[in-house]
Design a protein around this ligand. Structure first.
Ligand SMILES: [Zn+2]
Length: 283
């Protein structure tokens, strides 16, 4: 019984939306859900905290689904709250399981043993990353162009400080995707775009893309939308459609670049070359 329960919990930790999506983009949503597995109760938190941004990225999954639908892209979403274990942090990060998130103490996360941490990883982190790894490796085996886009949302005020950007584009040294996305967003006059704001990879918030894109030489970009922009269905739809139009434009470019590779290399696209990354960044 225990083993069956365990299997069910792991299977419930991740969901793939549109698994046969034909877009070069694969969307990932680390903080899609505020669900806490039953065995952990409420982590000692009240109902208000459990629906706040400390538990998940409000609005992010709705935007990600619209984007995936519009692009015909595969979307991998975590179904477990970041309070259980943050999927966008390395295993050994001190903030993998937060004892205090912003100004809220999380009693159920206090003084975890190594075994407890391992359980958290098993319930949230590992299934999500195993799933992305599988989706990406299947695509590369088929020689399909693959570029990762992570969708997040951030709180308008953090530790009492207001954030002016409606959207942030988070990227590493490879700007192939980030640059056209930022340009397109900045072209809309009413949008204040953060370049590696409110976070940057230096804040250790780039784990998922580091692991599944950068390590394989695939292009990637992380989009952070301020959550007051996507509180309503209208806001989610507006951002989902705006991003879809932008990524749609970039996908057009990618196909042209793919053709060049095809011509140069005599009709074959090597697995991994589909990412159309022309230079390797230092690790
Ligand atoms: Zn997030």
């Amino acid at each position: 019984m225990k083993a069956a329960e365990d299997k069910a919990a792991v299977e419930a930790a991740v969901r793939v939306f549109n698994p046969s999506g034909r877009s070069a983009f694969v969307i990932v949503c680390d903080h899609a859900s505020n669900h806490i597995p039953t065995e952990l109760g409420t982590l000692g938190l009240g109902p208000e905290a459990l629906v706040s941004h400390i538990a998940w990225d409000p609005g992010a999954i709705e935007v990600a689904r619209i984007l995936a639908e519009r692009l015909d892209a595969t979307l991998v979403e975590s179904c477990v709250s970041r309070l259980v274990a943050d999927c966008n942090r390395p295993y050994d990060a001190p903030d993998l399981v937060l004892e205090r998130s912003e100004m809220t103490a999380v009693p159920g996360n206090a003084d975890l043993s190594a075994k407890d941490r391992e359980r958290r990883i098993k319930l949230a982190h590992k299934p999500f990353h195993d799933c992305i790894a599988q989706v990406v490796s299947d695509r590369l085996e088929h020689g399909w162009a693959t570029r990762l886009v992570a969708i997040h949302s951030f709180t308008p005020v953090f530790m009492g400080v207001a954030r002016p950007w409606q959207v942030g584009v988070i990227h590493d040294e490879d700007m192939t995707l980030a640059h056209p996305v930022m340009e397109a967003l900045a072209a809309e006059k009413q949008i204040n775009v953060g370049d590696n704001e409110p976070y940057s990879p230096a804040d250790r918030v780039y784990y998922t893309l580091d692991r599944h894109a950068r390590s394989l030489g695939l292009e990637a970009v992380m989009i952070e939308i301020r959550n007051d922009e996507i509180r309503t269905e209208a806001g989610q739809s507006s951002w989902g459609n705006r991003l879809a139009a932008i990524f749609d434009g970039i996908a057009g470019h990618a196909q042209n670049e793919n053709k060049e590779i095809e011509n140069r290399e005599g009709g074959t696209i090597q697995p991994g070359a589909g990412g159309v990354r022309r230079q390797t960044v230092g690790r």
